[in-house]
Design a binder for this molecule. Sequence first.
Ligand code: FNR
Length: 342
Amino acid sequence: MPKQNNRKNEHVSLSEKFYDQGKSSFEDIRFVHHSFPQMDVRDVDLSVQLNGLNFAVPFFINAMSGGSRWTGKVNEKLAIIARETGLAIATGSVSAALKDPEQVSTFKIVRETNPNGLVFANLGAGHGIENAKKVVDMLKADALQIHINAPQEIVMPEGDRAFSDWVDNLQSIVDGIDVPVIAKEVGFGMSRETVQLLEAIGIQIMDISGKGGTNFAQIENYRRTDQKLDDLESWGQTTVESLLEAKEVVQQAQIIASGGIRRPFEIIKALSLGASLTGLSSQFMHMTLEDVDQTIKTVHAWKSELASTMTLLGAKSVSELQKTDLIISGQSSDWCTARNIS
Ligand code: FNR
């Protein structure tokens, strides 16, 4: 890993330092076993569609990398994995390339390595339509993720302190861009009020990215040299809580689940809680830094594990999985009670 003097390098190496945060909210979810699956493994169709985008499998490599020489190389490795497995891939925030043209290649490498795959560009909610168009053009992106990350900015020593124009920015991007827009949290989760607000301004895809995996309050606290904001490290809703919130109110929009998803069983649980697609970040970073070829093999094994588990649940498709019987316990059940979620 490189000498630390760049925010993007620090984010990647700190996500690795804090990889595996222990207990996951998915432990609160159990399935009811029914003895007759009444289908065959080969009946399973893993593909999903979101707002005109076709995904071969219900998981993808979520936003992380680019913006420095080293993270450009990491992006190339992630893009090779995406190309060889058919996974969609999002770049990290392309704002670094808007500020410094030398960084453009560290993002473009994703499209160059994976010319025919689904590639998402990523930008923060502080940007308006002009920059949104620039980054979509730069990557010939199939969709644009706009990250909404107020707690991270607050803890980040050099972070933004003004958030009053974020909703207007998002609105102008949804109205003015001709690719699907994904409104995305970064590991703090979404409330049903947020989901309703996003839907009201026309967002069709939301990544609720909840607590339980990468914790940007912890990462930014580590980068602070002055007073740390330790209490904010427990800020936010878990991925399970956020999915339950979204399920309660969402009308037309489709939900992506991310935050602490590390293996096929957690993908299945997130889908059964109403997500149409799942995004994995730190897990892919962890595997990719270790061994690209092995990661490709693991992704293929995951596809078959997903099909096997869906068969046990009698679900031929992700939409059938969304109707599976499940039991919610522990902190996730307490959350439902406190928020009157039935
Ligand atoms: C991220 N994440 C992120 N999100 C985003 O929208 N833009 C970005 O630039 C980044 N950068 C970034 C760097 C690194 C190293 C990591 C690990 C993560 C957040 C990411 O997409 C996701 O929302 C959270 O990390 C939660 O998922 P995991 O990591 O728990 O699977």
